[in-house]
Design a binder for this molecule. Structure first.
Ligand SMILES: Cc1ncc(COP(=O)(O)O)c(C=O)c1O
Length: 368
C-alpha cells in the first residue's frame, strides 16, 4: 500500500500544503465561551473591537424590510451602495467597490495580485489576516517591525520592498496598537515606492481617527493610482455581524478586485443596512464621540495606574503587558472580562460601554 504524505492532521483529501500548515482561524473569544470555560456568569467581551451600541432603529427597519426579499439573490455588485458611497466621497462610481467586510476586500486584493512566491510587505504586529492571506496564496510575508511609537516605520517599509513585492498593507490606526499614520507620512511612503506596488491603506477605524491625520481618499487616491483605501461598516457603524466593507481606488485596481468577488458576497440585508447607515452620519458621529470620550477616560485611569500608552486612534487600547500577557489575560477572563491577548507582547482591549470599561479597569487593578 502506498504511503501517504500527511502534511497535517486531516485524514481526508490532500489539502494544499500552505493550507495544511495554516493554524485554524481563532476569532476573539466570546463571552459565552468564557463563561462555559470558567464556570462564571456575566462575562463581557472586549476582544473584537466591536461597537457596544445596539444597531440604530432606522437600520433595523431597513434590515427588516430587506428581509422580505431574501428569497432572491441580492445585487452582486451592491450597486446602490457603491453609488451612495461614490456620491458621499466625491469620486467616480468606478473607483468604489463593496465587499464582504473589509476583510473580504483585503482577501480579494490577495487573489487579484499575489502569485506564489510574490512578496507582501506590512508592518508587524498588525492585522492578523495579512500573514494568513499571504500564506494562503503561497506568497512571502515580509513583516517590518513597528517603529518605537508602535506605528508604521515608513523608512523600513520602503527598504523592505523589492521587485518581487506586489502588495503593501498599512493599517491606520494600526490594529492592535492603535497608532495612526498621517497622510504626509503615507505620501512619503507612496512616493518612494515603485508605481507597480499596490499600497492598501486599511482604514477600518477611520471614523475614530483625529481628523488632523488627514484623509487618504481625498489626498492620495487622486494622484496615486496604486493606492487603494479600505474602510468598513463594522466598527463605527456597528454592523460587524452583517459583513460589509468598501474600498476606494483607481478604476483599474477596483476592476481587478471586482473580478475576484465571490458571487453575491454582500447579502441584501447588509446592503440595506449600509444604505440606511449612510443616511445617519450625525447619529453615528455622536456614537463615535461617546466612544472617544470613554477611551479618553480609560486612558486617564490607566495612565494614573502607571501604564505607558501609545497614541491610540481607534476604539481600543493597547497595554504592553509583555511576559505577563498570558497571566493577565487569563486573570481577566476568569473574572469575566474577555480581551484579546498577544502572547509575550500585550493585550488589546476594546472600548465598551461605560459599565464594561469600569469593569475592565477594576478587574485589571485587582490583578496588577
Ligand atoms: C485593521 C483592520 N482591518 C480590517 C478589519 C476588518 O473588519 P471587517 O472585515 O469587519 O470590515 C479589522 C477588524 O478588526 C481590522 O482591525
Amino acid at each position: 500500500m502506498a504511503t501517504v504524505d500527511r502534511v497535517n492532521d486531516s485524514t481526508i483529501g490532500r489539502p494544499r500544503r500552505v493550507v495544511a500548515d495554516l493554524p485554524s482561524y481563532r476569532p476573539g473569544k466570546g463571552a459565552k465561551q468564557a463563561e462555559d470555560e470558567h464556570g462564571i456568569t456575566d462575562a463581557i467581551k472586549l476582544a473584537s473591537n466591536e461597537n457596544p451600541a445596539a444597531p440604530l432603529d432606522p437600520i433595523l427597519d431597513a434590515i427588516a424590510a430587506a428581509a422580505r426579499g431574501v428569497n432572491r439573490y441580492a445585487d452582486h455588485r451592491a450597486t446602490p451602495v457603491r453609488e451612495a458611497l461614490a456620491a458621499k466621497l466625491g469620486v467616480d462610481v468606478a473607483q468604489v467597490t463593496v465587499g464582504s467586510g473589509s476583510s473580504g476586500i483585503l482577501q480579494q486584493l490577495f487573489f487579484g495580485f499575489v502569485d506564489p512566491g510574490d512578496e507582501v510587505v506590512f508592518p508587524w504586529r498588525s492585522f492578523e489576516v495579512y500573514p494568513v492571506f499571504t500564506q494562503l496564496m503561497a506568497g512571502r510575508a515580509v513583516q517590518v517591525p513597528l517603529a518605537a511609537d508602535l506605528g508604521a516605520d515608513v523608512g523600513a517599509l520602503v527598504a523592505a520592498v523589492t521587485d518581487r513585492t506586489k502588495l503593501l498593507f498599512l493599517a491606520t490606526p494600526n490594529n492592535p496598537t492603535g497608532v495612526a499614520s498621517t497622510t504626509t507620512e503615507l505620501r512619503t511612503l507612496v512616493e518612494q515606492l515603485p508605481g507597480d506596488v499596490v499600497v492598501c491603506i486599511d482604514e477600518a477605524y477611520r471614523e475614530f481617527l483625529d481628523p488632523g491625520f488627514g484623509d487618504p481618499v481625498a489626498e492620495l487616491v487622486p494622484d496615486h493610482p496604486n493606492v487603494i483605501v479600505t474602510r468598513t461598516f463594522s466598527k463605527a457603524h456597528g454592523l460587524a455581524g452583517l459583513r460589509v466593507g468598501y474600498a476606494v481606488g483607481h478604476p483599474d485596481v477596483i476592476a481587478t478586485v471586482d473580478k475576484t468577488l465571490l458571487p453575491f458576497a454582500v447579502n441584501g440585508l447588509a446592503q440595506a443596512a449600509a444604505l440606511a447607515a449612510l443616511e445617519l452620519d450625525d447619529v453615528i458621529a455622536d456614537g463615535v464621540a461617546g466612544i472617544l470620550a470613554e477611551r479618553a477616560r480609560v486612558e486617564v485611569e490607566l495612565a494614573a495606574s502607571g501604564w505607558t500608552l501609545p497614541n491610540h486612534q481607534g476604539n481600543f487600547v493597547w497595554l504592553a503587558t509583555g511576559e505577563r500577557t498570558d497571566d493577565v489575560a487569563l486573570g481577566l477572563e476568569r473574572r469575566g472580562v474577555v480581551i484579546r491577548p498577544f502572547s509575550g507582547e500585550g493585550i488589546r482591549v476594546t472600548i465598551g460601554t461605560s459599565a464594561e470599561n469600569d469593569r475592565f479597569l477594576t478587574t485589571l487593578a485587582e490583578l496588577t
